[in-house]
Design a protein around this ligand. Structure first.
Ligand code: FAD
Length: 460
């Protein structure tokens, strides 16, 4: 076979290269980081020239496949012979239920296994523009810090607005944890949304005391600092809420928390002082985002602060808010289900640049993209795993699981991305499951369904 080219030797590119080579197709891996006689080349976050360097935490998060979606993703990847999982298992350090690794040992192992693979060639070079036209099968896995020359070329190819350099993320909440005895559904001025829905939003009302206490908490809460290279320009429309609050105690009440055009059905005579709106975030309706609530508040205080909002007392967060430098494409518009660029099918994308978030999710997309690219090269294309698997759910998220017209934001794997199941009332032995344990039991059923469906997919 002619080789497949993989651009970027991070978490996703390393996994993609491995999967391609393991399927018997030669691969050339182009990684720009190097430390040789010509000097040191790196990104703003990487420190070494090792493949699959973990730039921050040394953890792949929970390894519990039964009750945790990222643990489930680990299990699925192990079944598919993941290089990243195998090297992580080999270099594990004690971390309770989490899979944490010795980052140097891990990266050295990934580098060694790829270097020693007879079908892998590693070239230390930057691809400083679109990959050459004669490369007919390419995986672009250049990550959140894609080099500027390549990012510019992608931007020119895809058009304005199709490539983001920052993510401004508002927290996302599991629907089942919202208290609908306090919150209610209504669109502002009952205006119909894209789907003709006049009750598209969930509204959480605040009186004056609650609003003032909330503003105090926002102002007092510790914020994460930007790194120097990360200095995010504050675009209109994505100011962090605490920055808005700093501009004046009333600013939020006239911005994202304005109470106009909404009536609390429980007592239409009482006017809310402020209202927080939630917007449906995925097609399944299991996840809702807090409209306009992008924030730099430290993760540790976000849940506590946002649970001050009436209706969100028990909110469970699928993801917390943030504002980071992050290069990612508008995948739902640009990519097909096998992660090929619709306008240039020779190019596939993998990793964080596709709009997944996290080491494991990035490697997972590398794994699938590598398999897709190799299968194409062998003339026997394959479909993505079903959306009931964690791998398939991620593909669904980045290629269309979000709502038409909604904004596309990077996301970690979580059970809210998988089609829901009824929480079981009895266990396998017919014993009644207490109410508070049913959520956990449901997760386990979803994990079991995922692994079974993955096996069926692998069989096919
Ligand atoms: P990367 O691992 O970054 O790999 C991309 C590779 O492409 C790099 O090696 C880069 O040198 C190379 N490259 C870029 N441009 C070119 C080019 N033009 N030609 C050739 N090579 C190129 N996730 C977590 O789960 N936990 C964390 O703690 C965490 N912390 C993060 C901290 C920071 C500062 C950032 C930016 C991200 C963090 N992430 C974290 C998010 C993300 O999961 C990781 O960045 C992850 O490494 C993404 O994997 P990737 O393969 O997509 O990109």
């Amino acid at each position: 076979y002619q080789p497949v080219h993989v651009v970027g030797g991070g978490l996703a590119g390393s996994e993609a290269a491995w999967q391609i080579a393991q399927s018997g197709v030669p691969v050339i891996l182009h990684e720009m980081r190097k430390d040789d006689a010509t000097g040191k080349v790196t990104t703003d976050a990487h420190q070494t020239d090792g493949l699959a360097e973990m730039v921050c935490s040394n953890s792949f998060r929970s390894d519990d496949w039964q009750f945790n979606a990222v643990g489930l993703l680990h299990a699925e990847m192990r079944k598919l012979g993941s290089l990243i999982m195998s090297c992580a298992d080999q270099h594990q350090v004690p971390a309770g239920g989490a899979l944490a690794v010795d980052r140097d040992g891990f990266s050295a192992e990934v580098t060694k296994r790829l270097s020693q693979h007879p079908l892998v060639t590693i070239v230390r070079e930057e691809i400083a523009g679109l990959p050459p036209a004669e490369w007919d099968n390419v995986v672009v896995a250049t990550g959140p810090l894609t080099s500027p020359a390549l990012a510019q070329a992608i931007l020119e190819m895809t058009g304005e607005g199709q490539l983001s350099f920052f993510d401004a993320i508002a927290p996302i909440i599991h629907f089942e944890s919202i208290n609908m005895d306090v919150a209610w559904r209504q669109s502002r001025y009952d205006k119909e949304g894209p789907g003709g829905d006049a009750a598209a939003y969930i509204n959480c009302p605040m009186n004056k005391d609650q609003y003032e206490a909330f503003i105090d908490a926002l102002l007092a809460g510790p914020k994460s600092e930007f790194k120097e290279w990360e200095n995010v320009p504050y675009f209109d429309g994505c100011l962090p809420i605490e920055v808005m609050a700093e501009r004046g105690r009333e600013t939020l009440r006239h911005g994202p928390m304005k109470p106009v055009g909404l009536t609390n059905p429980r007592d239409p005579t009482v006017k809310s002082y402020a209202i927080v709106q939630l917007r449906q975030d995925n097609a399944l309706g299991t996840l809702w985002n807090m409209v306009g609530f992008q924030t730099k508040l430290k993760h540790g205080v976000q849940a506590e602060t946002f649970r001050m909002i009436p209706g969100l007392e028990n909110a469970q967060f699928a993801r917390l808010g943030g504002l980071h430098r992050n290069t990612f494409i508008n995948s739902p518009k640009l990519l097909d289900k096998s992660l090929r660029m619709k306008a240039q099918p020779r190019l596939r994308f993998a990793g964080q640049v596709t709009g997944v978030e996290g080491y494991v999710e990035s490697a997972a997309m590398g794994l699938l993209t590598g398999r897709f690219a190799a299968a194409d090269r062998k003339g026997a294309p394959i479909d993505a795993p079903p959306p009931t698997t964690a791998l398939g759910a991620l593909v669904e998220h980045i290629t269309g699981g979000h709502l038409e017209g909604g904004s596309f934001q990077p996301m970690n794997i979580n059970y809210g991305l998988l089609p829901p199941l009824e929480a079981p009332k009895v266990d396998e032995d017919g014993k009644k499951i207490p109410l508070k344990e049913r959520g956990r039991a449901k997760k386990r059923l979803m994990s079991l369904r995922a692994l079974k469906d993955l096996e069926t997919w692998m069989g096919a």
